[in-house]
Ligand binder design. Structure first.
Ligand code: SAH
Length: 332
C-alpha cells in the first residue's frame, strides 16, 4: 500500500467507514497533487491535449459571447485548467481579435498543475491570476470555461434496497483491502454529485447577477428522469482499473448527469443550451478551421496526423457524442 492508502486505511479503522464521495475527494486531491496526469505519458488524454482545434473553437465561443454582450474586456475564468494548453489555444484566438483584451482567471487546486500552467502561459499577452477554489469569484461579467472539471468532483453513490436508500460506504480490512458496503453490480444504485451541482449553481448565480456565459463540457448523458447505475470509473496508464484498488494513484471520475446539471442552473434570467461536443464544435467552425490547419501542413504525414486528431474530437464513436456541452447564458 502507498502511504496515502495506509493513512486512509487507518482513518477508516479508527473512525469507521467513509462515504464513497469523501474517499473520491481525498483520492483525487492526492492524485492531482502528485501524479503525471495528462498526455500520452500520463494516465489519460483530454480534448485540448489531442488537438489545438478544441481550444481555438472555445476561444471563438468566448469572442462570440463577448460580442453578443457588447464587451471587449471580459474576465475569462477557466475551472480546472489541467496543463494550461486549452487556455494557450484560446489565447491565440483572442490575440487575433482587434481590441479584445480579456483578463484571465484560472481556478486550480493543485500546486503542481498551477506550476505547469504558469510555464505554458509564461508569455501570455493578457493578465492572468490564479485562485485555489471557487471561493471568491471575480466581480463583474465573466465567461466561464470548464472542460472535464465536473467529473473530477466527488459523487455520492446511493444503494437502493426495497425502496430504502443507503449511502455507499467504503470499508477497509487487512484481508480484502478497500471494499464497498454494497455490491454496485447488484441492485439499483443512484449517483448524485452535490459538488458538481453546487459549482454549476454558483456559476449560474454569478451570471444571473453580473451577466456573462458559461460552458461546461464533460463525458456524460442527458436522461430526463432519475438516472440509475454506477458510472464511477478509474483510469491509470490509459486503462480502466477498479476504483478502490488504486486510490490516490488513479483518476476517479463519473459520467455527468446533464439533466441534473441543467436543473441546478435554472433560475430567472438564465437560459441553457445542451448539445453534443460534435454539434457544438461544428457550430463554432470546426470544418473551416480544420481546412485551414491542413493547408498549413508541410507533409502528408503531418496532414494525416492533424486530421485524425481533430476527427477524434467529433467522431460519434470516439468523443463526438460521448461528450456533452452545457451552455449557460443570460436570457435575452
Ligand atoms: N481542463 C483540463 C483538465 C481536466 S482534469 C483539460 O481539459 O485538459 C481536472 C482539473 O481540475 C485538474 O486541473 C485538477 O487539478 C482540477 N481540479 C480538480 N478538482 C478541483 C477543485 N475542487 N478546484 C479546483 N480545481 C480542481
Amino acid at each position: 500500500m502507498t502511504p496515502f492508502q495506509q493513512n486512509l486505511a487507518k482513518r477508516i479503522q479508527d473512525s469507521g467507514p467513509l462515504p464513497f464521495g469523501e474517499v473520491m475527494l481525498l483520492s483525487n486531491e492526492h492524485y492531482y497533487a502528485h501524479h503525471h496526469v495528462f498526455g500520452e505519458h500520463g494516465d489519460f488524454i483530454t480534448a485540448p491535449e489531442i488537438s489545438q482545434i478544441f481550444g481555438e473553437l472555445l476561444g471563438i465561443w468566448c469572442v462570440v459571447q463577448a460580442e453578443a454582450l457588447g464587451i471587449k474586456n471580459p474576465v475569462v475564468v477557466e475551472l480546472g485548467p489541467g496543463r494550461g494548453f486549452l487556455m494557450a489555444d484560446m489565447m491565440r484566438v483572442f490575440e487575433k481579435v482587434s481590441n479584445f483584451t480579456p483578463e484571465i482567471v484560472l481556478v486550480e487546486s493543485s500546486e503542481r498543475l498551477t506550476q505547469a500552467q504558469q510555464k505554458v502561459l509564461a508569455h501570455s499577452p493578457f493578465p492572468i491570476t490564479w485562485q485555489r477554489d471557487l471561493g471568491a469569484l471575480p466581480k463583474g461579467l465573466c465567461l466561464f470555461i470548464a472542460n472535464e472539471f465536473l467529473d473530477a468532483l466527488p459523487v455520492d453513490v446511493h444503494a437502493m434496497n426495497d425502496g430504502i436508500s443507503a449511502k455507499m460506504l467504503v470499508y477497509w480490512s487487512a484481508n480484502a483491502g478497500f471494499t464497498f458496503s454494497h455490491d454496485p453490480e447488484t441492485g439499483i444504485v443512484l449517483e448524485r454529485s452535490s459538488a458538481a451541482e453546487g459549482v454549476v449553481g454558483r456559476v449560474a448565480d454569478h451570471i444571473a447577477e453580473h451577466g456573462g456565459a458559461a460552458l461546461f463540457i464533460d463525458y456524460g448523458d442527458y436522461i430526463p428522469e432519475s438516472r440509475t447505475g454506477l458510472t464511477v470509473q478509474a483510469v491509470k496508464n490509459h486503462r480502466y482499473v477498479d476504483p478502490l484498488t488504486h486510490l490516490g494513484e488513479s483518476d476517479i471520475t463519473f459520467h455527468i448527469d446533464f439533466y441534473r446539471m441543467q436543473k441546478a442552473c435554472l433560475r430567472e434570467g438564465i437560459s441553457t443550451l445542451f448539445s453534443t461536443q460534435r454539434e457544438f464544435l461544428k457550430t463554432y467552425g470546426f470544418d473551416q478551421r480544420l481546412e485551414a490547419l491542413i493547408a498549413f501542413c508541410a507533409s502528408d504525414e503531418e496532414k494525416q496526423d492533424v486530421l485524425s486528431r481533430a476527427q477524434r474530437l467529433i467522431d460519434p464513436t470516439q468523443m463526438g457524442e460521448l461528450f456533452k456541452v452545457l451552455e449557460i447564458k443570460t436570457a435575452s
